[in-house]
Design a protein around this ligand. Structure first.
Ligand code: UD1
Length: 426
């Protein structure tokens, strides 16, 4: 299994280009099942999860082709007949559950394996299922599978108990081809949800209110999207911003969107990091600079968008490890998302956990050690901590990183970081 080896690095300098968003691309790939003609998606990152979703679509009879140089993915859903997402694929990638709404919308029937828990929490799907039931779908869970009968699918009021990203996405995809009007209340406002809605609108869907807590959908008969570009990955952008804030130096993070990162940028500024946003049309470059000491933050609280994203909590914590004082980090989205804490402490950090709150007391220095990644964003936090740790940090279980970061070692090395992939057992 590969590992990533990070040596203590000089301050970072240079430019890094942000890739397309994994979390926007995955539900949009699933939503291609709603179309009756081939769809071409642009700005699709070359990641293990994207290829996992390709495999799932192909297992149903879809045909996909990924051009890694052009970052273009074509999906032909016209021959999809087998409307099942098997356990073996769903267990490896939770996002496979995103095919439920599109299959119900287009084929009025679906059989999708229950995803089960994962390292960061139990992650149930009750909100997804309740949303579909509000649209007239009959749901049964048998032998570990969700069996959905959408023969009576119709628009209706959908009230989400929590603004779940995935549940909003599944509800949108079922509603867009459902006769009548759907109003989704307490909808997730994340940019990836908006991107999915915009994709559906590009195909003829009638949707209003995406990006707010109330989304109106007027069902249409068919959808057809010729081509659609995926938005940039705000979490990848935030990760490089955090890396430069921790390691110091000056980095231009190219091709992201400030509006997707407002809460994160506000907190990062509190650490004494300078951030300058330069608009380049619809996208922004953010220049990040830090030379003075890292200041602690009184409280970082993860919240649904537009609040501070849970997917950047671990990376922000890595920055705070070297702050001149104590910071509080409160995780309110997932119940078990502090798996990186014990690994950061093994590197010399001083973090204590009390329930969903971590107290991060800044230390003078970290020291490199072998560490084990538990999930995607935790792995990224360990990589950036490795940049400032004395000696060598070996990050094992690198497949987590490959699920979500395109060429992380090459991008960081391009900024002068001493990072390399070590291939073992080849
Ligand atoms: C998505 C993102 C993930 C991000 C998360 C929150 C993708 C592929 N993943 O995950 O990176 O961290 O949003 O921004 O887009 N919940 C329930 N019942 C449900 C659904 C969710 O209790 O039916 C709970 C979850 O366990 C969790 C919270 O709600 O505690 C938020 O989950 P949700 O917004 O659904 O996250 P995902 O869509 O799974």
């Amino acid at each position: 299994m590969d590992s990533i080896q990070v040596e203590k690095s000089p301050p970072l300098h240079g430019e890094v280009q942000i890739s397309g968003s994994k979390n926007a691309a995955l539900p949009i790939m699933a939503a291609a099942l709603l179309c009756d003609e081939p769809v071409v998606l642009g700005n699709v990152p070359d990641l293990a999860d994207i290829h996992g979703m390709e495999r799932l679509l192909c297992s149903m009879g879809g045909v996909t082709h990924y051009d890694s140089a052009a970052k273009r993915l074509s999906i032909d859903p016209s021959r999809v007949r087998w409307i099942e997402a098997p356990y073996d694929l769903v267990r490896k990638m939770r996002a496979s559950f995103f095919v439920l709404g599109p299959l119900v919308g287009r084929h009025r029937h679906a059989r999708v394996s229950m995803p089960g828990g994962c390292a960061i929490g139990a992650r149930p799907v009750n909100i997804h299922l309740k949303a579909l039931e509000s649209l007239g779908v009959r749901i049964e869970v048998e032998h570990g599978y969700v069996v959905a009968d959408g023969s009576k699918l119709r628009g209706g009021p959908v009230n989400l108990d929590f603004p779940s990203v995935g549940a909003t996405e599944n509800a949108l995809c079922a509603a867009v081809l459902a006769p009548g009007e759907t109003v989704i209340e307490n909808a997730a406002r994340e940019p990836e949800v908006t991107d999915l809605a915009d994709f559906l609108v590009a195909g003829g869907g009638k949707i209003e209110g995406q990006g707010t807590s109330t989304i109106h959908v007027q069902g249409v008969d068919r959808l057809s999207v010729k081509s659609y570009p995926i938005i940039p990955d705000r979490i990848e952008a935030g990760t490089y911003l955090a890396a430069a804030a921790l390691a110091g130096g000056e980095v231009r993070v190219r091709g992201c969107r400030q509006k997707d990162l407002t809460a994160f940028l506000a907190d990062l500024r509190q650490t004494g990091t300078e951030l300058e946003v330069e608009s380049q049309g619809s996208l922004d470059d953010i220049v990040v600079r830090r030379s003075g000491p890292i200041q602690p933050i009184s409280e970082v609280v993860t919240l649904p968008f537009p609040g501070f994203p849970t997917d950047l909590q671990a990376q922000m914590m890595a920055v705070l490890c070297l702050a001149e004082g104590a910071s509080i980090v409160r995780e309110t989205i997932f119940e078990n998302r502090f798996m990186h804490v014990s690994e950061l402490n093994r590197m010399g950090a001083d973090i204590t956990i009390n329930g969903n709150t971590a107290i991060v007391r800044g230390v003078k220095t970290l020291s490199g050690s072998p560490v084990m990644a538990s999930d995607l964003r935790a792995s990224a936090a360990l990589v950036i901590a490795g940049l400032v740790a004395r000696g060598t940090t070996d990050i094992l279980r690198v497949y987590h990183l490959d699920r979500g970061y395109e060429h992380i070692e090459t991008k960081l090395a391009g900024l002068g970081a001493k990072v390399k992939r070590v291939r073992t057992g080849a």
